[in-house]
Design a protein. Structure first.
Length: 309
Protein backbone atom coordinates (compact mmCIF):
# COMPACT_ATOMS: atom_id res chain seq x y z
CA UNK A 1 0.00 0.00 0.00
CA UNK A 2 1.24 3.50 -0.80
CA UNK A 3 0.11 6.81 0.56
CA UNK A 4 -2.33 8.84 -1.54
CA UNK A 5 -1.11 12.21 -0.26
CA UNK A 6 2.15 13.36 -1.86
CA UNK A 7 4.85 14.89 0.30
CA UNK A 8 4.58 18.71 0.12
CA UNK A 9 8.07 19.12 -1.37
CA UNK A 10 9.08 17.83 -4.80
CA UNK A 11 7.41 16.00 -7.64
CA UNK A 12 6.39 12.35 -7.13
CA UNK A 13 8.78 10.01 -8.88
CA UNK A 14 11.55 12.59 -9.31
CA UNK A 15 14.50 12.89 -6.90
CA UNK A 16 15.09 16.28 -5.33
CA UNK A 17 17.55 18.76 -6.73
CA UNK A 18 18.85 21.94 -5.11
CA UNK A 19 15.53 23.74 -5.52
CA UNK A 20 13.64 21.05 -3.60
CA UNK A 21 16.26 20.98 -0.87
CA UNK A 22 15.89 24.75 -0.51
CA UNK A 23 12.11 24.39 -0.33
CA UNK A 24 12.50 21.74 2.35
CA UNK A 25 14.92 23.95 4.30
CA UNK A 26 12.39 26.79 4.24
CA UNK A 27 9.90 24.57 6.06
CA UNK A 28 12.23 23.99 9.03
CA UNK A 29 11.94 26.09 12.20
CA UNK A 30 13.68 26.00 15.55
CA UNK A 31 11.48 24.34 18.15
CA UNK A 32 13.86 24.01 21.10
CA UNK A 33 17.25 25.28 22.25
CA UNK A 34 20.53 23.41 21.91
CA UNK A 35 22.09 26.03 24.18
CA UNK A 36 19.54 25.47 26.95
CA UNK A 37 19.10 21.71 26.72
CA UNK A 38 22.63 20.59 25.88
CA UNK A 39 25.37 23.21 26.09
CA UNK A 40 24.29 24.52 29.49
CA UNK A 41 24.32 20.97 30.86
CA UNK A 42 27.72 20.25 29.34
CA UNK A 43 29.00 23.39 31.04
CA UNK A 44 27.98 22.05 34.46
CA UNK A 45 30.04 18.91 33.84
CA UNK A 46 33.32 20.78 33.34
CA UNK A 47 34.08 20.63 37.05
CA UNK A 48 34.25 16.83 36.91
CA UNK A 49 35.24 15.98 33.34
CA UNK A 50 37.29 17.28 30.46
CA UNK A 51 35.13 18.95 27.82
CA UNK A 52 36.52 19.13 24.29
CA UNK A 53 35.14 21.05 21.34
CA UNK A 54 35.74 18.78 18.36
CA UNK A 55 34.02 20.85 15.65
CA UNK A 56 31.32 23.36 14.78
CA UNK A 57 28.71 23.42 12.05
CA UNK A 58 29.84 25.66 9.21
CA UNK A 59 26.41 27.15 8.48
CA UNK A 60 26.10 28.64 12.01
CA UNK A 61 29.34 27.99 13.92
CA UNK A 62 28.58 30.18 16.92
CA UNK A 63 25.21 28.53 17.53
CA UNK A 64 26.35 24.96 16.85
CA UNK A 65 29.70 24.07 18.43
CA UNK A 66 30.21 20.32 18.80
CA UNK A 67 31.38 19.06 22.19
CA UNK A 68 32.34 15.77 23.75
CA UNK A 69 32.88 14.92 27.40
CA UNK A 70 35.98 12.90 28.31
CA UNK A 71 37.40 11.19 31.36
CA UNK A 72 39.66 13.52 33.30
CA UNK A 73 41.83 10.59 34.41
CA UNK A 74 42.56 9.43 30.83
CA UNK A 75 45.12 6.63 30.75
CA UNK A 76 46.43 5.22 27.49
CA UNK A 77 46.54 1.66 28.81
CA UNK A 78 42.79 1.59 29.54
CA UNK A 79 40.12 0.52 27.05
CA UNK A 80 37.91 3.27 25.66
CA UNK A 81 34.13 3.54 25.81
CA UNK A 82 32.30 5.69 23.27
CA UNK A 83 28.73 6.87 23.79
CA UNK A 84 26.98 8.87 21.07
CA UNK A 85 23.58 10.55 21.11
CA UNK A 86 21.63 12.82 18.83
CA UNK A 87 23.05 11.51 15.56
CA UNK A 88 19.45 12.00 14.51
CA UNK A 89 18.69 15.23 16.30
CA UNK A 90 15.00 14.57 16.82
CA UNK A 91 15.73 11.52 18.98
CA UNK A 92 15.48 13.27 22.32
CA UNK A 93 16.12 10.44 24.77
CA UNK A 94 19.45 9.68 23.14
CA UNK A 95 20.71 13.21 23.83
CA UNK A 96 19.28 13.44 27.34
CA UNK A 97 20.25 9.87 28.14
CA UNK A 98 23.87 10.49 27.20
CA UNK A 99 24.00 13.58 29.40
CA UNK A 100 22.32 11.81 32.32
CA UNK A 101 24.73 8.90 32.08
CA UNK A 102 27.68 11.28 32.42
CA UNK A 103 26.10 13.19 35.29
CA UNK A 104 24.98 10.22 37.37
CA UNK A 105 27.07 7.19 36.41
CA UNK A 106 30.28 8.00 34.54
CA UNK A 107 32.30 8.60 37.71
CA UNK A 108 31.77 4.98 38.69
CA UNK A 109 33.98 3.91 35.79
CA UNK A 110 36.91 6.17 36.67
CA UNK A 111 40.21 4.31 36.46
CA UNK A 112 38.59 1.40 34.61
CA UNK A 113 37.89 2.88 31.18
CA UNK A 114 38.47 6.05 29.22
CA UNK A 115 35.04 7.55 28.54
CA UNK A 116 34.18 9.70 25.52
CA UNK A 117 30.58 10.91 25.24
CA UNK A 118 29.32 12.96 22.29
CA UNK A 119 25.80 13.77 23.52
CA UNK A 120 24.41 15.68 20.53
CA UNK A 121 26.10 14.92 17.22
CA UNK A 122 23.52 16.84 15.17
CA UNK A 123 22.59 20.07 17.00
CA UNK A 124 20.76 21.80 14.11
CA UNK A 125 18.57 18.73 13.79
CA UNK A 126 18.06 18.71 17.56
CA UNK A 127 16.69 22.25 17.47
CA UNK A 128 14.48 21.70 14.43
CA UNK A 129 13.45 18.18 15.56
CA UNK A 130 14.68 16.69 12.31
CA UNK A 131 16.23 13.40 11.22
CA UNK A 132 18.41 14.97 8.53
CA UNK A 133 20.92 17.80 8.69
CA UNK A 134 20.39 21.21 7.07
CA UNK A 135 21.30 19.81 3.66
CA UNK A 136 18.71 16.99 3.75
CA UNK A 137 21.45 14.42 4.39
CA UNK A 138 21.01 11.67 6.97
CA UNK A 139 24.09 11.70 9.22
CA UNK A 140 23.42 8.10 10.23
CA UNK A 141 23.91 6.92 6.67
CA UNK A 142 27.02 9.05 6.19
CA UNK A 143 29.79 7.59 8.34
CA UNK A 144 32.30 6.90 5.59
CA UNK A 145 35.29 8.61 3.95
CA UNK A 146 34.50 11.96 2.32
CA UNK A 147 31.20 12.05 4.16
CA UNK A 148 28.59 14.49 2.83
CA UNK A 149 27.49 15.19 6.43
CA UNK A 150 29.74 17.47 8.46
CA UNK A 151 28.27 16.06 11.66
CA UNK A 152 29.48 12.58 10.69
CA UNK A 153 32.86 13.73 9.39
CA UNK A 154 33.66 15.71 12.54
CA UNK A 155 32.78 12.78 14.80
CA UNK A 156 34.95 10.43 12.76
CA UNK A 157 37.87 12.84 13.06
CA UNK A 158 37.38 12.96 16.82
CA UNK A 159 37.43 9.17 17.08
CA UNK A 160 40.25 8.52 14.59
CA UNK A 161 43.10 8.64 17.13
CA UNK A 162 41.59 6.02 19.44
CA UNK A 163 39.16 4.09 17.22
CA UNK A 164 41.13 0.83 17.50
CA UNK A 165 41.19 1.06 21.31
CA UNK A 166 37.43 1.33 21.77
CA UNK A 167 36.04 -1.65 23.66
CA UNK A 168 32.36 -0.69 23.56
CA UNK A 169 30.32 1.84 21.58
CA UNK A 170 26.68 2.53 22.40
CA UNK A 171 24.81 4.73 19.92
CA UNK A 172 21.55 6.03 21.40
CA UNK A 173 18.50 6.37 19.15
CA UNK A 174 14.72 6.38 19.29
CA UNK A 175 11.81 5.96 16.90
CA UNK A 176 8.76 8.23 17.08
CA UNK A 177 5.40 8.46 15.36
CA UNK A 178 6.88 11.16 13.13
CA UNK A 179 8.93 8.46 11.40
CA UNK A 180 5.71 7.50 9.64
CA UNK A 181 4.07 10.93 9.44
CA UNK A 182 7.13 12.89 8.27
CA UNK A 183 10.54 11.30 8.00
CA UNK A 184 9.87 8.21 5.90
CA UNK A 185 7.56 10.09 3.51
CA UNK A 186 10.25 12.80 3.19
CA UNK A 187 12.88 10.17 2.43
CA UNK A 188 10.78 8.64 -0.31
CA UNK A 189 10.08 12.06 -1.80
CA UNK A 190 13.76 13.07 -1.66
CA UNK A 191 14.80 9.90 -3.45
CA UNK A 192 11.95 9.96 -5.97
CA UNK A 193 10.42 6.65 -4.93
CA UNK A 194 6.97 5.62 -3.74
CA UNK A 195 6.37 5.80 -0.01
CA UNK A 196 5.19 2.51 1.47
CA UNK A 197 3.71 2.91 4.98
CA UNK A 198 5.07 0.67 7.69
CA UNK A 199 4.57 0.17 11.39
CA UNK A 200 6.62 1.44 14.32
CA UNK A 201 7.88 -1.13 16.84
CA UNK A 202 6.24 -0.62 20.22
CA UNK A 203 9.12 -0.84 22.65
CA UNK A 204 12.87 -0.96 23.05
CA UNK A 205 15.10 -2.93 20.69
CA UNK A 206 18.74 -3.14 19.61
CA UNK A 207 20.60 -3.25 16.32
CA UNK A 208 23.66 -5.52 16.31
CA UNK A 209 26.37 -5.74 13.65
CA UNK A 210 25.67 -8.51 11.15
CA UNK A 211 29.39 -8.75 10.36
CA UNK A 212 30.49 -9.26 13.99
CA UNK A 213 27.44 -10.16 16.07
CA UNK A 214 27.69 -10.28 19.85
CA UNK A 215 24.48 -12.02 20.85
CA UNK A 216 25.31 -12.47 24.52
CA UNK A 217 26.17 -8.80 24.85
CA UNK A 218 22.93 -7.71 23.19
CA UNK A 219 20.89 -10.05 25.36
CA UNK A 220 22.49 -8.63 28.51
CA UNK A 221 21.46 -5.12 27.44
CA UNK A 222 17.92 -6.26 26.65
CA UNK A 223 17.61 -7.99 30.04
CA UNK A 224 18.68 -4.83 31.89
CA UNK A 225 16.41 -2.52 29.91
CA UNK A 226 13.43 -4.86 30.35
CA UNK A 227 13.49 -3.84 34.02
CA UNK A 228 12.93 -0.22 32.95
CA UNK A 229 10.58 -0.42 29.96
CA UNK A 230 9.06 -2.99 27.64
CA UNK A 231 10.91 -4.72 24.80
CA UNK A 232 9.52 -4.49 21.26
CA UNK A 233 7.99 -7.76 20.05
CA UNK A 234 8.50 -9.18 16.59
CA UNK A 235 5.73 -8.55 14.08
CA UNK A 236 3.70 -11.28 12.37
CA UNK A 237 6.65 -11.95 10.04
CA UNK A 238 9.06 -12.42 12.94
CA UNK A 239 10.69 -9.08 12.10
CA UNK A 240 11.33 -5.61 13.48
CA UNK A 241 11.45 -2.81 10.86
CA UNK A 242 11.84 -5.39 8.10
CA UNK A 243 14.73 -7.31 9.68
CA UNK A 244 14.48 -10.78 11.23
CA UNK A 245 14.55 -10.86 15.03
CA UNK A 246 17.58 -13.00 15.90
CA UNK A 247 16.85 -13.11 19.63
CA UNK A 248 14.07 -11.20 21.43
CA UNK A 249 14.53 -7.47 20.91
CA UNK A 250 17.58 -7.75 18.64
CA UNK A 251 18.02 -7.37 14.88
CA UNK A 252 21.10 -7.23 12.65
CA UNK A 253 22.26 -4.52 10.25
CA UNK A 254 25.40 -4.32 8.11
CA UNK A 255 26.70 -1.32 10.04
CA UNK A 256 29.71 -0.46 7.88
CA UNK A 257 27.95 -0.98 4.56
CA UNK A 258 25.09 1.29 5.62
CA UNK A 259 27.39 4.03 6.95
CA UNK A 260 25.93 3.86 10.45
CA UNK A 261 27.47 5.58 13.46
CA UNK A 262 28.02 2.31 15.30
CA UNK A 263 30.51 1.30 12.59
CA UNK A 264 33.08 4.03 13.26
CA UNK A 265 35.27 2.08 15.69
CA UNK A 266 36.78 -1.37 15.97
CA UNK A 267 34.86 -2.02 19.19
CA UNK A 268 34.25 -5.66 19.99
CA UNK A 269 30.98 -4.64 21.65
CA UNK A 270 28.73 -2.22 19.78
CA UNK A 271 25.02 -1.62 19.70
CA UNK A 272 22.44 0.86 18.52
CA UNK A 273 19.52 1.41 20.87
CA UNK A 274 15.95 2.26 19.84
CA UNK A 275 13.12 3.31 22.14
CA UNK A 276 9.57 4.39 21.31
CA UNK A 277 8.57 7.44 23.37
CA UNK A 278 5.13 7.66 21.76
CA UNK A 279 4.11 4.28 23.13
CA UNK A 280 1.14 4.36 25.53
CA UNK A 281 3.18 1.97 27.66
CA UNK A 282 6.23 4.19 28.13
CA UNK A 283 6.93 7.71 29.33
CA UNK A 284 9.69 10.07 28.20
CA UNK A 285 11.34 9.49 31.57
CA UNK A 286 11.32 5.73 31.04
CA UNK A 287 12.92 6.18 27.63
CA UNK A 288 15.75 8.27 29.07
CA UNK A 289 16.22 5.75 31.89
CA UNK A 290 16.30 2.92 29.36
CA UNK A 291 19.10 4.63 27.44
CA UNK A 292 21.11 5.09 30.63
CA UNK A 293 20.55 1.47 31.66
CA UNK A 294 21.71 0.30 28.24
CA UNK A 295 24.96 2.25 28.50
CA UNK A 296 25.72 1.04 32.01
CA UNK A 297 25.11 -2.65 31.35
CA UNK A 298 26.98 -2.46 28.04
CA UNK A 299 30.09 -1.20 29.82
CA UNK A 300 29.70 -3.66 32.68
CA UNK A 301 29.33 -6.61 30.31
CA UNK A 302 32.26 -5.55 28.15
CA UNK A 303 34.55 -5.12 31.16
CA UNK A 304 33.52 -8.51 32.54
CA UNK A 305 34.38 -10.19 29.26
CA UNK A 306 37.51 -8.24 28.29
CA UNK A 307 40.94 -9.65 29.04
CA UNK A 308 42.31 -6.17 29.70
CA UNK A 309 39.84 -5.46 32.52
Amino acid sequence: MTTSTPYPVGTPGRPWDAAEVSAWQARQTRKRSYQTDVLSVVETLRARYDVLQYGRLDHDPDRYPLFCIKSRDWRDELPCVLVTGGVHGYETSGVLGALRFVDRHASGYAGRVNLIVAPCVSPWAYETIQRWNLHAVDPNRSFFDDSPAQESADLMRLVASFRDRVLVHVDLHETTDTDESEFRPALAARDGVAYVPDGIPDGFYLVDDSERPQTGFQQAVIAAVAKVTHIAPADHKGEIIGSPVVVPGVIHYALKKLGLCASITSAAYKTTTEVYPDSPRASSEQCIAAQVAAVCVAIDYALAHDDRA
